[in-house]
Ligand binder design. Sequence first.
Ligand SMILES: O=C(CO)[C@@H](O)[C@H](O)[C@H](O)[C@H](O)COP(=O)(O)O
Ligand SMILES: [Zn+2]
Length: 186
Amino acid sequence: MDFKELCEQTAQKFFDLQSKEEEIRKIATVIFNTLKNGNKLLILGNGGSAADAQHMAAELVGRFLKERKALSAIALTTDTSILTSISNDYSFDVIFERQIEALGKNKDVVFGISTSGNSENVYLGLKKAGQLGLTTIGLLGKNGGKIKDIAEISLIVDSDYTPTIQELHIFIIHNICKIIEDLWTK
Ligand SMILES: O=C(CO)[C@@H](O)[C@H](O)[C@H](O)[C@H](O)COP(=O)(O)O
Ligand SMILES: [Zn+2]
């Protein structure tokens, strides 16, 4: 695909997202209620999705567009000592599972980001979260992969092209943060 076709494809996918407004609103409301009740959000993903996880945590702990209280969100992608020790001593597949076991409390929400829907560490993280009674959300791509089968709520960007999926993921994350902030300051 050339540049023009890529632009058109991505623009069309953004347009299609309008039909997912209700799903986005539902996810934002679940996270808002979790934070309002004094519980927290744990976010995970690999590569570009790790960057998205950190970006989302920054919007909530810092601020998005409005002044309000700091909100409890942690990206489980940032502590290199934890990530290297778990990978070295156990396996890279359990880097999120182990952190969720350590930090997850009942009524927290775990938000897993995966463009393929098949990253083993995100899958095992959400699986552990479900076993511990946490709420699980998957922000996914392609056909949702195996993560869609275990996440309580899945939002799937309907594309096979990873860059486009990631571009829409961060757009969705910004809008989730916007809805949470609007509800908070209402
Ligand atoms: O940003 C990109 C590709 O655009 C890559 O870093 C990409 O995130 C990595 O290959 C990830 O490991 C892919 O994992 P996932 O999205 O399939 O869960
Ligand atoms: Zn990328």
